[in-house]
Design a protein around this ligand. Structure first.
Ligand code: ITT
Length: 208
């Protein structure tokens, strides 16, 4: 098994990441499972910059060789009518400790106040990796949707209950977790990263 550290403190992300990576021979640790409490300043202007900031900060906090692979995820919601806010500030929007019920209601209110503007939005995700030789790589994924008129569904986390998928006629939070992972920004970015890891680490699915 290959020891992989996923540099996130977000439990919702971690659950999805474990499911998406389940067919590869990784022993996966979150930051808390690895006993790491890195206070990382996410001061990049893009998802890519922040994803790289996270893996580098965690690599520096580790003793050499603790983990063969370090991954991070920087992601967020871009609402077109709000100039792509909350974007890289998605987790900080209205304060990190504010409930998503409150954040979601505020986003709906902001978009409803601009009735002439489209409700289009997207989730974006960038996954960054530090490979055994120290090489840093990134992959990205996105999924298009619309800001819903009300919260619906209980799958996933964060903004999922207000992320309406026109083609499915439901919100992201009304899909099963497996359905979400198959089409989400995170699912797409991680699938692309899995292909790179399989190639670079000479892995087959299931077995090392
Ligand atoms: P880490 O930095 O520790 O990974 P974080 O929650 O601070 O955790 P980000 O800075 O990448 O992570 O912010 C991502 C935010 O974007 C997240 O907290 C949600 O508000 C939102 N988000 C990202 N992916 C999402 C998803 O699949 N469903 C709903 N909301 C999502």
């Amino acid at each position: 098994m290959i020891k992989l550290l996923f540099a996130t403190g977000n439990k919702g992300k971690m659950k999805e990441i474990r499911e998406i990576l389940a067919d590869l021979p990784f022993e996966i640790y979150s930051l808390s499972e690895a006993g790491i409490s890195a206070d990382i300043e996410e001061n990049g202007n893009t998802f890519e910059e922040n994803a790289v900031i996270k893996v580098k900060a965690v690599r520096e906090a580790l003793s050499h060789g603790d983990f063969q692979v370090i991954l991070s995820d920087d992601s967020g919601l871009e609402v077109d009518a709000l100039d792509k806010a909350p974007g890289v500030h998605s987790s900080r929007f209205m304060g990190e400790d504010t409930s998503y019920h409150v954040k979601n209601a505020e986003l709906i209110r902001l978009v409803n106040a601009l009735p002439e503007k489209p409700r289009t939005c997207r989730f974006r995700c960038v996954i960054a990796a530090v490979l055994p030789g120290g090489e840093i790589l990134t992959t990205s994924g996105a999924v298009e949707g619309e800001v819903a008129y009300e919260e619906k569904g209980g799958t996933g986390f964060g903004y999922d209950p207000i992320f309406y998928l026109p083609e499915r006629n439901c919100t992201m939070a009304e899909l099963t977790q497996e359905e979400k992972n198959a089409l989400s920004h995170r699912g797409r970015a991680l699938q692309a990263m899995k292909e790179i890891l399989k190639d670079k680490l000479h892995l087959d699915s299931k077995e090392a």
